[in-house]
Design a protein around this ligand. Structure first.
Ligand code: F6P
Length: 194
């Protein structure tokens, strides 16, 4: 039966520092997740090959780098993290200090708020359309993505409303299996406590 597998990249150095965006490498903990991912997949999904889609950013590519060589890998620019524009590389505290109005506006309407020179969740939903169309035609794809991206994909399959989408909890180091059924989707989560 058809399933879609979603995971965020392993913890990155920016995650450790509380900075958003960027193109950081994995942290030591993130590397352990990357190294553990083949075993996690083997245990819960089996031996059959998966096709792996990552973004073009270092942290998702590193997370997939220990997977078996017969897993085909595809890089999608459309899977890159929500572009935070002028706020890229900042912490939330720095944003609150430097751009207090933006910070509040985002809090007011997180789905529609567009970073200066960057994107909104609504923008990301639009740019993910071709990825979702391709995903609907395929079987057994593993997507290694970013927090905002996984939220959008998850909300699409689980049919969650826009207001909830930017707040969906997508923890690090967790493999999510989504299995479309006649009505709605079933979900399982496999978390690695590292
Ligand atoms: O902090 C990790 C991260 O992926 C950032 O790169 C990104 O801006 C953020 O999460 C998205 O989450 P939120 O929309 O809740 O700020």
């Amino acid at each position: 039966p058809r399933s879609i597998y979603l995971s965020r990249h392993g913890e990155s150095m920016y995650n450790v520092e509380g900075k958003i965006g960027g193109d950081a490498e994995l942290s030591p903990r993130g590397m352990i997740y990357a190294q553990s991912l083949p075993g996690l997949i083997k245990k819960h999904i089996g031996d059959g090959p998966l096709e792996v889609w990552t973004s073009t950013l270092t942290r998702t590519i590193q997370t997939g780098s220990f997977l078996p060589k017969d897993f085909e890998q595809k890089r999608w620019k459309s899977l890159d993290e929500l572009d935070a524009g002028v706020c890229d590389g900042m912490t939330y505290e720095e944003i609150e200090q430097k751009y207090p109005e933006d910070y509040d506006a985002r809090d007011e309407d997180k789905f529609n708020y567009r970073y200066r020179g960057g994107e909104s969740y609504r923008d990301v939903v639009v740019r993910l359309e071709p990825v979702i169309m391709e995903l609907e035609r395929q079987e057994n794809i593993l997507i290694i993505g970013h927090q905002a991206i996984i939220r959008c994909l998850y909300a699409y399959f689980m049919e969650l409303p826009q207001e909830q989408l930017p707040y969906i909890k997508v923890p690090l180091h967790t493999l999510i299996r989504i299995s479309p059924k006649a009505y709605g989707c079933e979900e399982e989560r496999y978390h690695l406590p590292i």
